[in-house]
Design a protein around this ligand. Structure first.
Ligand code: FES
Length: 112
């Protein structure tokens, strides 16, 4: 099991943070007292969701505006209208992977 650990003070309320687990970007969000972690690479065309915006539990991709629920990784709004020839994946609506979040005292551990 790969993991990354950091202090919760590094992630203020209603903010987003990118961490890496074995080279894979993971988006960590703090909503109130809860923490969530999903894939950081937008499943549309790969932009970093940690550079997007968070409203409630919905993160909006900064590139074309697809929206994901950070509690489930599921697509809420899909903006698959910027296809690139030869990159069929950009047509496909795909949810983000969800990572396990464990809070112990003031340390947060994200694992796959
Ligand atoms: S890369 Fe995220 S919506 Fe296009």
């Amino acid at each position: 099991m790969a993991k990354v650990t950091f202090k919760i003070s590094e992630l203020p309320e209603d903010q987003l943070k990118r961490v890496e687990i074995e080279g894979k970007g993971v988006l960590v969000a703090r909503v109130g007292k809860e923490f969530y972690a999903i894939g950081d690479k937008c499943t549309h065309m790969g932009c970093s969701l940690s550079e997007g915006t968070l409203e409630g539990t919905i993160v909006t991709c900064p590139c074309h505006g697809s929206e994901f629920d950070i509690t489930t990784g599921k697509v809420v709004t899909w903006v698959g209208k910027y296809p690139t020839i030869g990159r069929l994946t950009s047509f496909m609506r795909r949810d983000e992977p969800v990572y396990k979040v464990t809070l112990e005292e003031d340390e947060l551990t994200i694992s796959d």
